[in-house]
Each structure stands twice: as C-alpha cells, then as structure tokens.
Design a protein around this ligand. Structure first.
Ligand code: GUN
Ligand code: FE
Length: 427
C-alpha cells in the first residue's frame, strides 16, 4: 500500500522522558500514515519531495492531553468556587448536571464545550458526561466531528445523590450503560466509551459489581475519582469499612487497572501507603488536577512521590473544579502547587520543574491513549503549532524561553494549527 507522508517545519519540542525536553530549532517533523516518522534537521533520504508545511519561526509541540474533565460543568466554570468538594457537588454541580436531561440545553452546553476544546492546544481528553444517555451520545457526536480523540463516559450514580440526579437502581444504571455501549458500536472513529462510576460514594456495591463484569466482558477503560478530599476519604471509609484503602473500593470489583483494564483515577491527593502500592501494581494512571485541588481546597497531591516511584501520571483540568480548560495552565499550576507544598508542608519533596510539567501534560498523560505525546518515531502524529508573535517583548528570546512563556501565560490563542493522528483539524 502506498504510504502518505508530509512534513511540518518549525521549532520542534517534545519530552524524551520526564527529565529531558528535546528541542530542534527549524526542524522537520515527518508524518507517515498518521504516525511520526521522527524529527530531522533536513529531510532524509526517501522523503525528498514530500509536501512540507513551513510554519517559519513558530513553536511546534505534541498535542496536550487532558486526563480528566467534566463536559457538563464547562458552562459554570469560574463560578461558585468558595466551597469544598462535597458541598460544591451538592450546591453547584448536581443541579447543573441535572439540566442535561433536557437535550436542547445539552446541545447548547456541549456545542460551546466542544467548539472551545477544538480551538485550544488539547488533542486528547478523558471526559465525564452525565447520567443521561441521549445527552452523552450528543456530546460524543459533537466531539467526533471535531477530530479530537476522546474517551467519553456516561456517568453512573445510584446512591447518595439527589433524587433529580440519581438512577433508579443498579439494574437501571447498568441497563442504560449496556444500551449506550451497544449503541456506540461502529459509530465513531475518534470517540470511545469509557466506564465512569462517578466515585464510590455515589455507586452501590451492586452497581460496582455489574460495572466490573461489564468491564471484563468489553475490555473498556475506566475513569473515576480517588482520594480527593479529606471528608470524601472519611466517607468512603464509613461506606466500605472492610476495605484497607479507598482504591480497594474499586479494585474489589475489578475496576482499578490490572490486565485488560486501563484505568485513570483523578486527584490521589491523599493516596499513600497501600493505596500507592495498589496503584503501582495495577498500573493505574493518576490524573493530577492541581487547579481543582486548589479551588476546592482539597490539598496538593505528592506528584514528586508519584514520579520518583515511576507511577503513570498525567494532568487533568477537572473543569469545573478547575476553572481553566487549558493544559498549559495545568502545567504551571502543577509547578506552583508543588512549590507551595515543598515550602509549607514537606521540604523532602522538591518542586516540579517546567520540563516535568510539560512531560506530564504530553507524554505522561498521552500514554493512556497508547503511543501518544511525543514526536519520536511511531508515536501518533498529534502536533500543535504555536504562533507566539502576539506576545511582544523587547528581549531576544530563545525558542525554549518562548515555549516557557506560552505555557506560563497559558496562551491558547497562540494555537495556529493542530493535527491529530496525522489529520489537520485546525489552521
Ligand atoms: N467527585 C465526584 N464527582 C466529582 C466531580 O464532579 N468533580 C470533582 N472534582 N470531584 C468529584
Ligand atoms: Fe472530576
């Protein structure tokens, strides 16, 4: 079969690993059949004459990966942040999510969400919808059209939830979920369903058990929340007195990673001891959501510990716990939060560097989607072209300094072009 190849030219950056940011000024990044064929100073033998899109002095980075956000919460982001998690859910979140029973409201909310996500630097995301199947499918249809690669979850909740946002029982929640999964089959190329028990307090044991069986049967990935807030952790202890840690409340039903069960858990602010051992053993991904953890006064996750132990970690915006949907912003929040944790509570865990934060927002989270988040050969060709000429300065800046500035200023308006798995979806 004839391979289709093209190149883009610009100041290239990607993480080789968490400690090494590779930079290649005025380099060529070659795409072959949707995958990277590598980065080069000049076009190598065999690729002479392929089409080249020359982005001049622009910066080119891998697409950003958001491992955790809530689409129905996008509409009220940056509002009502002066509460802690459990009150915030009851007062702000649940009433908003209930509105997604109404498809015309859902259409308005999800159209704004998908259009904004498509404009920014994110190329891949793990997205929570709501309990409502029709609105979840509408969200998937809209995301599919953007060309972004996403995993989308119809949320399960059958207990400890207000009557207006609670599924009748485990049987109904499971039946709806199975119907939704069957209805998605063969319908999407960019969008896949992900099992989404909201968190242990909102899912009965019967529901969790059913979801565990469904996971085993389908091999679908799983997303949820873990050890985010002190009152939540204490509540889970009360609800599940027989489990040694919060993570076990998912693990006992086969919903916490391991063979054939990719899983991503948001937060892990209070994960320690046997919970971290379990996360490591099961290969669970951690979605670090520093802005949400600050806004809801949840705390600061020990990301340095996660990285030193070689755990799989990426970044999440957790909109609307986080008010910003920018992973650039999540990178700088991760660095800032780690500095405060180091200064105020534990000076044994040194702060994150910007290079480490860049790794988390690209390659670290990208691994949940396969070979994603790097420009090394065989990685999926997700690339973002940044034109930072609007950020004026009297100084001469190196490409490295310009990238640092775009990240700290979270300048998503600098996104001039965007490619996902080799398809140009913007620019
Ligand atoms: N835990 C359960 N539901 C939620 C949610 O919607 N946001 C956050 N941040 N934590 C949760
Ligand atoms: Fe969340």
């Amino acid at each position: 079969m004839q391979k289709t190849a093209f190149a883009i030219k610009g100041n290239l950056f990607y993480s080789a690993d968490k400690d090494h940011l590779v930079s290649l000024p005025s380099g060529y990044l070659i795409c072959e059949d949707g995958k990277s064929a590598g980065v080069f100073e000049r076009l190598p033998a065999g690729y002479e004459g392929i089409p080249v899109e020359d982005y001049g002095d622009s910066l080119v980075i891998p697409g950003l990966v958001d491992l955790h956000l809530h689409a129905p919460q996008y509409g009220y982001r940056a509002l009502g942040m002066d509460l802690e998690l459990l009150d915030w859910l009851n007062i702000n979140t649940f009433p908003q999510e209930a509105r997604y029973a109404d498809l015309s409201y859902a259409e308005k909310g999800y159209r704004i969400f998908t259009e904004d996500l498509a404009k920014g630097a994110t190329t891949r995301a793990c997205v929570f919808a709501t309990i409502h199947v029709p609105a979840t499918e509408l969200l998937m249809d809209l995301l599919e059209k953007t060309g972004l690669k996403t995993m989308v979850g119809k949320v399960n909740m059958d207990r400890n939830s207000p009557a207006y946002l609670c599924e009748t029982d485990a049987a109904q929640s499971l039946a709806d979920t199975e119907w939704w999964i069957a209805d998605c089959e063969g319908r999407y190329q960019n969008t896949v369903p992900i099992l989404t028990p909201r968190f242990t307090p909102s899912c009965s044991d019967t529901l969790m058990e059913g979801l565990g069986k469904l996971q085993k049967r389908t091999g679908l990935p799983v997303q949820s929340h873990l050890s985010e807030n002190r009152s939540e952790v204490a509540w889970v202890k009360e609800l599940c007195p027989e489990t040694g840690c919060y993570g076990e409340s998912y693990d006992r039903f086969g919903l916490f990673g391991g063979d054939g069960c990719p899983a991503v858990m948001a937060h892990c602010v209070y994960s320690a001891g046997e919970e971290l051992d379990l996360i490591e053993r099961r290969g669970v991904f951690i979605a670090h959501c520093p802005q949400s953890n600050t806004n809801l006064a949840s705390g600061v996750a020990p990301v340095r510990t996660f990285l030193d132990r070689g755990l799989r970690v990426g970044l999440g915006t957790d909109v609307a716990g986080g008010f910003s949907a920018s992973i650039f912003r999540a990178m700088c929040d991760a660095v800032q939060a780690s500095k405060l944790r180091w200064r105020l509570s534990d000076d044994s865990l040194k702060p994150l560097s910007m290079q480490e934060a860049f790794y988390l927002g690209t390659l670290g989270g990208g691994a949940f989607f396969g070979k994603v988040g790097s420009f090394e050969k065989d990685y999926e060709f997700d690339a973002v072209v940044l034109d930072d000429s609007g950020l004026r300065s009297p100084m001469e800046l190196t490409p490295e300094q310009r990238l640092e500035r775009v990240i700290y200023l979270s300048e998503e308006s600098a996104v001039a072009a965007k490619y996902v798995a080799g398809c140009k979806i913007k620019g």
